[in-house]
Write a protein that binds this ligand. Structure first.
Ligand code: 13P
Ligand code: SF4
Length: 316
């Protein structure tokens, strides 16, 4: 989406967003990886599971989803009578892109005895051919909902799947997708930072590579990492996830030292999600003003994708 023309924008952007939010009876949902200025205007901030629940439960007429496409799509699947808009339609996700539905369908056909557990970071078409969805905060519970002798395919994140497989001692067929952000964190810098701050705690999102997860003191979803920083007695935390989460961590635990783990190439901001960061206040204003880009979905696809999402929500 091209950058908005400055002439199109009011001088008091925050005031204009607020006025439109009221006029449209809109709710602004934001993921923890959004820029701080977006988190600060959101009605609700959360991880993928919390945002899905918030989208399902809202009475607002319009959901403005400040996150990436699969999250807004999930909101539409769960709450079809609302208008769902996203600041930038190009805000995708490398995990969702790594798993085209026809290829997953082919894998399923090769393993007809397997059930499919799909991480919520996938398209509606992938959801539609999955048996159940999970997020990083309920993946273990979702996998445990199948009898131990039920063979499983886990898509599309091989790192989250591998982590769950190891924790539960439960082999699964893993789709080879990765998050472009979490696969680039530097193990060398993680070790250096730990040596420099010996009392620190390394906390990591399960989308990280296994060699990093092995070194982590705590592994969890974005909301679990936030909770850990607040409750753990340590004063220094090396944070191996997208640094957007640091905004809420700093607010909730202002006396703690939070060190975002850099990516392999420290000359770029590779530890920031380029998709999440496409969203801006300017695009939020325009999305509320014009009610676009809007998420629209074929009803048959929506209903097929709803079934595994509801299966997840029923057990989490
Ligand atoms: P959470 O479910 O932990 O919010 O993770 C979403 C995500 O996209 C992480 O990269
Ligand atoms: Fe997708 Fe990774 Fe960005 Fe999360 S951080 S939205 S998994 S690309």
């Amino acid at each position: 989406m091209p950058s908005p023309d400055r002439d199109d924008l009011p001088t008091d952007l925050l005031g204009a967003i607020d006025a439109l939010r009221k006029e449209r009876n809109a709710v602004i949902l934001a993921h923890y990886y959004q820029e701080p200025d977006i988190q600060d205007i959101a009605d609700f901030i959360g991880d993928s599971l919390q945002l899905a629940r918030a989208a399902q439960g809202t009475k607002a007429d319009v959901i403005l989803f400040c996150g990436v496409h699969f999250m807004a799509e999930t909101a539409k699947i769960l709450n079809p009578t609302r208008t769902v808009v996203i600041p930038d339609m190009a805000a995708g996700c490398s995990l969702a892109d790594a798993c085209p539905a026809p290829l997953l369908a082919r894998m399923k056909a090769k393993h007809p005895d397997h059930k499919v557990v799909s991480y919520i970071n996938c398209s509606a078409a992938v959801k539609a051919i999955s048996d159940i969805i999970c997020t990083s905060s309920n993946a273990e519970k979702v996998v445990a909902s199948f009898p131990r002798d039920q063979p499983l395919i886990f898509a599309p994140d091989r790192n989250l799947g591998g982590y769950i497989q190891k924790r539960m001692d439960r082999p699964m067929l893993l789709w080879p997708g990765t998050c472009m952000v979490h696969e680039t964190f530097s193990e060398r810098r993680m070790i250096e930072l730990k040596v420099k701050h010996p009392g620190s705690r390394i906390i990591a999102h399960p989308e990280c590579e296994p060699s990093l997860l092995e070194k982590a003191d705590f592994i969890g979803s974005t909301s679990a990492l936030l909770d850990f920083v607040v409750k753990d007695p340590a004063t220094t935390f090396i944070v191996a996830t997208e640094p957007g989460i640091l905004h809420q961590m700093a607010k909730a635990a202002p006396t703690k030292l939070l060190i975002p783990l850099p990516g392999l190439d420290e000359t770029c901001a590779c530890n920031e999600c380029p998709h999440m960061k496409r969203n801006t206040l300017e695009k939020i204003y325009l999305a509320l003003r014009d009610l676009k880009p809007e998420i629209v979905m074929d009803e048959a696809l929506r209903l097929a994708a709803l079934r595994p999402l509801e299966a997840m929500l029923a057990i989490s």
